[in-house]
Design a protein around this ligand. Structure first.
Ligand SMILES: [Zn+2]
Length: 373
């Protein structure tokens, strides 16, 4: 993630802190100092925030280590003011694996709470409730204990992207297919988000913001699983375009624009001595035109990193590995011959077409019937 500070490695996983987290520490120091005028109070509150975030990192490490056990690699963990985020190459999909990886985070928070519990009785009198609005030396461990219980319970709420949403889906997946399980889990999460939203309006604006985030994320998760499900029956050759247009690297941008208009083409491979050395799309050509590159060569605007795909590569593999950036164009190869190209918009159109057909079978049959009569 951009604007993140590398702080170290744990079990081979890089850990970053987002710069906004430093703002949070600054804000808490300022608030504590302006209210107490006491440097010791500021230090305790900063130490407390660092302890909370150490617990959040441990929560993420919990997910990462169980994932590692099932051979899923975690790229990195980033600490944001709203919590931790672990990025994995691929998320586990087998119900048992998803269940154990998701539950590991909240379990870590409960374990931390279990370790703090005897310590807080040992070191200090446990306050009956929050008697002061500051974290002090006396209530430090007690507050950290409450925060860990809170983190575990909050993350166990059955709503994506919370761990509870994944645990719920994994549980359902033992009894139904993953697509249906995701649907049920997403709908449940959205009902919860709606309740949060209403409660939040009256009592807590932060809850309202969280509810919107949950609602949108649940929908994204649903779309992603459905897209992958649709793609799982197809290979690159089913979706690629056989319409391959090419340009020479020495053509000018204005030549390229002519080709766009004459051939009504959106994507081009750049060929030099019959070898693909780059790609360019209509959007990039238009951008080059607008930035005064009319007489420049295509070579200076093309993507020069070309990745070839085999025509029999399964589409769901490509989808989960997130090959596609907006401008990427992949030449497709079969028996060492160039047979087509594929890009993200072809994949998106295919998904839309297939899901429309699935949703509206009645409409298609009706049309045929009306021709007959
Ligand atoms: Zn988690």
């Amino acid at each position: 993630m951009k604007w993140s500070l590398y702080i170290g490695k744990l079990s081979g996983i890089k850990i970053f802190i987002h710069w906004t987290f430093l703002l949070l520490i600054g804000w808490i120091s300022f608030m504590n100092y302006s209210m107490s005028k006491d440097i010791k109070q500021v230090l305790i509150s900063v130490l407390f925030i660092l302890s909370v975030f150490a617990c959040i990192i441990l929560h993420e490490i919990g997910h990462a280590l169980v994932a590692q056990y099932f051979h899923y690699k975690t790229k990195d963990i980033t600490l944001l003011p709203i919590g931790g985020m672990a990025r994995m190459d691929e998320l586990p999909e087998k119900p048992k694996e998803e269940l154990l990886v998701s539950i590991a985070g909240p379990v870590i928070n409960l374990l931390i709470a279990a370790i703090i519990y005897p310590l807080m009785h040992w070191f200090s009198d446990v306050p009956s409730l929050f008697t002061t609005m500051f974290v002090t030396g006396e209530n430090f461990l007690f507050t950290l204990y409450i925060v860990n219980i809170g983190l575990a319970l909050f993350n166990l709420l059955p709503a994506f992207p919370m761990d509870g949403g994944r645990i719920f889906r994994a549980g359902l997946s033992f009894f139904m297919d993953r697509l249906t399980a995701t649907n049920v889990a997403v709908k449940t999460g959205q009902v919860m988000a709606t309740l949060f939203f209403i409660v939040g309006i009256f009592y807590n604006p932060i809850l309202t913001v969280i509810s919107i985030f949950i609602f949108l994320f649940a929908q994204t998760e649903n779309d992603a699983v459905r897209a992958k499900y649709i793609l799982s029956n197809y290979a690159v050759r089913d979706i690629m375009s056989k319409d391959v247009n090419s340009l020479s690297p020495n053509d000018t941008i204005s030549d390229a624009m002519k080709s766009v208009l004459e051939k009504n083409a959106d994507h081009f491979l750049i060929l030099e001595n019959n070898t693909v050395i780059g790609t360019i799309n209509k959007k990039q050509i238009l951008k080059a035109l607008n930035t005064g590159g009319v007489d420049s060569t295509v070579r200076s605007y093309m993507n020069d990193k070309v990745r070839f795909l085999s025509s029999d590569t399964p589409m769901d593999k490509i989808y989960s590995e997130q090959y596609f950036s907006e401008n990427a164009i992949f030449p497709v190869i079969e028996n060492d011959l160039l047979v087509g190209i594929i890009n993200v918009s072809m994949m998106d159109e295919f998904i839309v077409l297939k899901s429309a057909k699935k949703k509206l079978p009645g409409l298609f049959t009706k049309k045929i019937n009306s021709v007959k009569t």
